[in-house]
Design a protein around this ligand. Structure first.
Ligand code: CUA
Length: 344
């Protein structure tokens, strides 16, 4: 039994140190949803199982390297091994049981995290990813926003869409990561449990502006959420798309701004998103990257829409699609500018 002592001790030390590291050092950000807590329990279990296997393999490996090294003057061949059926059966069956148990547990976590809530109706949010921003439509309230605002404690069903290429809707604190794919709908559920500010990231390389596909998430109390809903513009479907076809002016401009995704990057309330806010923009002095300035008049706004790369506003990246001049008619551009003028 004496020669089993050192490798078993080494193995035990490695197991405890590795498992202890995973249990003490938090590798994941704060958990802000009910699903995050469930997810993290699974992750912890996986890391502890991995630490045990790591200890066993590396403990015996390192011990063997030292204990069975060739001594000076020892020129004999190694003895060789004919195999050991009992050990082989054990190291096949034990991992089989572990993998099977992990499979069952993981499936349970997946089912629990994607099950619709039994109590109150869930909040639906239609998330649309496009190069390079996100928009959030709340069909139950008939509103659309460039920011994700959620009431704490209410289950949320995200319906994910993409209009151009594959994006991935990722909120680390929610433990939510799901592809948004053109042509199909993916869904993912989360119930926010912690009031706070988080970020949506895009986790799928989707072009030159991929790194800028970040947008704020605010989890607020129910009363703040109700207040916020009241201040948001109506979604195009709710306001009636026919009206926009027939009319011109700021109202039509508001609908184009939603339809073409402008509001995903340009907030209406002063919040800093990917692009400069539209609040109070008209008539104000804009400072550019090279230090020059200009008054945001109609001519400037038009240039910023059709040729966004011409002058980059200080503090922002050159990521606005350059093809709005082709996507929009002269009248639509004029309507959007009329709309911008109304956001004081
Ligand atoms: Cu969208 Cu990366």
């Amino acid at each position: 039994m004496r020669k089993w002592g050192p490798p078993l001790l080494l193995t035990a030390v490695l197991m405890i140190v590795t498992a202890g590291f995973f249990l003490v050092v938090r590798l994941t950000p704060a958990a802000a949803t009910r699903q995050a807590a469930t997810n993290d329990r699974l992750l912890t279990l996986l890391l502890v199982v991995a630490a045990i296997i790591f200890g066993l393999v590396v403990g015996f490996f390192v011990y063997s390297l030292i204990a069975f090294r060739r001594r000076p003057g020892d020129l004999k061949d190694a003895g060789g091994s004919k195999g050991n059926n009992r050990i082989e059966a054990l190291w096949t069956l034990i991992p089989l049981v572990i993998i099977f148990a992990i499979g069952v547990y993981s499936t349970n976590v997946m089912i629990a995290n994607s099950a619709p809530p039994s109590g109150e109706p869930e909040l639906e949010v239609k998330v649309t990813g496009f190069q390079w921003a996100w928009t959030y439509e709340y069909p139950q309230f008939g509103i659309i926003s460039g920011q994700l605002v959620l009431p704490v404690g209410r289950p949320v069903l995200f319906r994910l869409y993409a209009t151009d290429v594959i994006h991935s809707f990722f909120i680390p604190e929610f433990r939510v990561k799901m592809d948004a794919i053109p042509g199909i709908e993916n869904t993912v559920r989360a119930t926010p449990t912690e009031i706070g500010n988080y970020q949506v990231l895009c986790a799928e390389v989707c072009g030159t502006g991929h790194a800028y596909m970040v947008s704020p998430v605010r989890v607020v109390d129910a009363a703040t959420f109700e207040e916020w809903v009241k201040t948001q513009p109506a979604a195009p479907a709710a306001a009636g798309e026919v009206a926009a076809e027939a009319k011109t002016g700021p109202e039509a401009g508001q609908q184009y701004a939603q339809q073409y995704g402008c509001i995903a990057c340009h907030s209406l309330d002063g919040t800093q998103l990917v692009g400069p806010t539209w609040k109070g923009l008209y008539g104000h002095t804009v400072t550019f990257e090279d230090g020059s300035t200009a008054v945001a008049d109609e001519a400037y706004l038009k240039e910023a829409i059709v040729n966004p790369a011409a002058r980059i506003v200080k503090g922002y990246a050159n990521v606005m699609p350059a093809n709005y001049g082709e996507q929009l008619t002269e009248q639509q551009i004029a309507d959007i500018i009329e709309y911008i003028k109304t956001i004081r």
